[in-house]
Design a protein around this ligand. Structure first.
Ligand code: NDP
Length: 498
C-alpha cells in the first residue's frame, strides 16, 4: 500500500446500537469486527444485536409513532433539512469513513455524501406538501363526497447492503421520515460505520427518541427478526435477489408490505453511429464505478458489429490503464472490493468466464494485497450461456458481444431475468427513444452517464425490484391510502337545484 495519509477522525468511531435516542450495548453481548478492505485489518468492532434488541428498537419506534405522525409535514421537513445540513457539514468525515469501510475512492464517496444531503432536502420539500392533506375525488352526480388521505405506514424496517451504504439508507430513510413513519435500520454487517455516523448526525438534528433506531448485526439475526416482527408494518430491502426472496417469504407470515431493490445484469447498447469517445466513457463508467459493485452496472456491452473492433480496442486500453489501489491515494480510479466473500466470488466468475470460452482481452493491474483488489477484466465473444453473461458479478468484469440489427440488440438486452437499467448510445435520437421504449428496464439512459436525481424514480422490471424508490414513488412506498366517503354538504347551489 502507498503511504498515503489516512483520514484523521475528529470523533471516536460509533460502535453501539442507537435505540430510543440512546447509544446502547446489545443483549447478545456480542461484537462484530469491521474490516478495512484495503488492508484487511480490523478497524474496530461494533455491537452485534439480536432479536431482543430488534424487539426493543421496534417497541421504541412504535411508542414514538403517534406523536411523529401527528407532527405537520412542515415540522418533519425541518428535521430532514437539519439532517441534510449536518450531512453537508460532515461531508469529509462521512466520505472518509465510507472509503475506509467500503473501499471506494474518496472522490466517489464525496459524490455519495452529496446525494444523501440532496435526498433529505428533496423529501423535506415533499413532506411540506403533505400539509395540503386531502385530495377530493370527482364523482359525477353523487350525493356523496370522497376524499383520499395519505397516512404513514407505521413502524418500518429498513435493510441495506454494503455497496452504497449511506445512499441506499438515505433513499429509504428520508421518505420514511417524511411520510411520518418511525424507523428501525439494519446496516450491512460489513459497512456499519457510515450509518452509525449518520445516526450521530440525526441525533444532533434533534429527532425525538424512538423515531429513528439503528440495530447493527447480521442479516440472519437482526434482518430476519425485523422481517418477522409483528409491530413492523413494512420492510424496505436493498440487497441480493436471493436474500430478497427470503425477506419476501418471511414478511408473508405477517402479511407485511415489502419493497425490494435487488440485483441486475444490465445492458449498454452501442450503435455504430455512436460518438466513440462518449461510448468508451459510458461503458467504463457503467462497469467500473465502485469497482463494479453496482446493482446498476451496465456490464453487458452489446456493440453493433461495424464499431466492435474500434470499441474493444479503446476499452482494452482503458482497462489496462485503470489505476487500482488505495482509495485515499490521488489518481486512484478503483479501490478494493468491499469484503473477502465478494472478492472470492468475483475471482470465481473470472475463472468461469475463461472456462466457458469467453475470450479474455485484457486484465488491468491491481496491488497483490493485502486488500481485496481485483484486476479489471475485459471479456469479448462471451457465450450467452456463460454465467459471466447471465449472472450478476458485482465486480469489475466487462463482457462484450456484437449484434447486427436493432431488433437483435433489443432481444439480447431483454434476454435476462433482471430489468433494472439500460444505456443506449447512438447519434440517432429517434432510435434512442424507440429502443428505450422497447427495453424492459426501470431506468434507461440515452447518451448519458448513470445520473440519478432524487426527484426521479429508482427500481426495475422482473427480478430486479418490487416497487420504486425516489421521487413521489419513494414517498408513496411508506404511505397507506385512506378513502373517506361522506354525504356532500348541502350548499346553496344544491338547495336551489332541489
Ligand atoms: P445481501 O442480500 O447479502 O444483504 C443485504 C442486506 O440484507 C444486508 O444488510 C444483510 O445483512 C441483510 N440480510 C442477509 N440475510 C438476511 C435475512 N435472512 N433476512 C433479512 N436480512 C438479511 O446483499 P449484499 O449486502 O451482498 O449487497 C449486494 C446486493 O445488493 C447485490 O446483489 C446488488 O445488486 C444489490 N443491490 C441492489 C440495489 C438496487 O437498488 N437494486 C442497490 C445496491 C445493491 P448482513 O450482510 O449484514 O449479514
Amino acid at each position: 500500500m502507498s503511504a498515503q495519509a489516512r483520514p484523521l477522525f475528529e470523533f471516536p468511531l460509533r460502535t453501539r446500537l442507537f435505540i430510543d435516542g440512546a447509544w446502547c450495548v446489545p443483549e447478545t453481548k456480542q461484537r462484530l469486527p469491521v474490516v478495512n478492505p484495503s488492508t484487511e485489518e480490523t478497524i474496530v468492532e461494533v455491537e452485534a444485536g439480536g432479536p431482543a434488541d430488534v424487539d426493543r428498537a421496534v417497541r421504541a419506534a412504535s411508542h414514538a409513532f403517534l406523536a411523529w405522525k401527528q407532527r405537520s409535514g412542515a415540522q418533519r421537513a425541518a428535521f430532514l433539512r437539519a439532517i441534510a445540513r449536518g450531512v453537508e457539514a460532515h461531508c469529509e468525515h462521512l466520505a472518509a469513513l465510507q472509503s475506509l469501510n467500503n473501499g471506494k475512492p474518496i472522490a466517489e464517496s464525496r459524490i455519495d455524501v452529496g446525494d444523501v444531503a440532496a435526498t433529505f432536502d428533496y423529501y423535506a420539500d415533499l413532506a411540506e406538501t403533505l400539509d395540503a392533506a386531502e385530495e377530493e375525488i370527482a364523482i359525477p352526480s353523487s350525493e356523496h363526497r370522497a376524499v383520499i388521505r395519505r397516512e404513514p405506514a407505521g413502524v418500518v424496517g429498513l435493510i441495506v447492503p454494503w455497496n452504497f451504504p449511506m445512499v441506499t439508507t438515505a433513499w429509504k430513510l428520508a421518505p420514511a421520515l417524511a411520510a411520518g413513519c418511525t424507523v428501525v435500520l439494519k446496516p450491512s454487517e460489513f459497512t456499519p460505520l457510515p450509518e452509525l455516523e449518520l445516526a450521530a448526525i440525526i441525533e444532533r438534528a434533534g429527532l425525538p427518541p424512538g423515531v429513528f433506531n439503528v440495530v447493527t448485526g447480521t442479516g440472519t439475526e437482526v434482518g430476519a427478526a425485523l422481517t418477522t416482527h409483528p409491530l413492523v408494518s413494512k420492510v424496505s430491502f436493498t440487497g441480493s435477489t436471493a436474500v430478497g426472496e427470503q425477506v419476501m417469504k418471511a414478511a408473508a407470515s405477517s402479511i407485511k408490505g415489502v419493497s425490494l431493490e435487488l440485483g441486475g445484469k444490465s445492458p449498454i447498447i452501442v450503435f455504430a453511429d455512436a460518438d466513440l469517445d462518449l461510448a468508451v466513457d459510458l461503458v467504463v463508467g457503467g462497469a467500473f464505478f465502485n469497482a463494479g459493485q453496482m446493482c446498476s452496472a451496465t456490464s453487458r456491452v452489446l456493440v453493433e458489429r461495424p464499431l466492435a473492433q474500434a470499441l474493444i480496442a479503446r476499452l482494452a486500453d482503458r482497462v489496462a490503464r485503470t489505476v487500482v489501489g488505495d482509495p485515499f491515494a490521488s489518481g486512484v480510479q478503483m479501490g478494493p472490493l468491499t469484503n473477502r466473500a465478494q472478492y472470492e466470488r468475483v475471482q470465481r466468475f473470472i475463472s468461469r468466464g475463461k472456462a466457458d470460452g469467453a475470450s479474455l482481452v485484457v486484465q488491468g493491474g491491481a496491488p497483490e494485497g493485502p486488500g481485496y483488489f481485483v484486476q479489471p477484466t475485459l471479456f469479448v465473444d462471451v457465450p450467452t450461456s456463460s454465467a459471466v453473461w447471465r449472472e450478476e458479478i458485482f465486480g469489475p468484469v466487462l463482457c462484450v458481444r456484437s449484434f447486427d440489427t436493432e431488433d437483435d440488440a433489443v432481444a439480447s438486452a431483454n434476454d435476462t431475468e433482471f430489468g433494472l437499467v439500460a444505456t443506449v448510445v447512438t447519434r440517432d435520437a429517434a432510435r434512442g427513444q424507440r429502443v428505450a421504449g422497447a427495453l424492459q428496464a426501470g431506468v434507461v439512459w440515452i447518451n448519458a452517464p448513470q445520473l440519478i436525481f432524487p426527484q426521479t424514480s429508482w427500481g426495475g422490471y422482473k427480478k430486479s425490484s418490487i416497487g420504486r424508490e425516489l421521487g413521489p414513488f419513494g414517498l408513496a412506498a411508506f404511505q397507506e391510502v385512506k378513502q373517506i366517503l361522506s354525504p356532500r354538504p348541502v350548499t346553496s347551489e344544491r338547495l336551489f337545484e332541489a
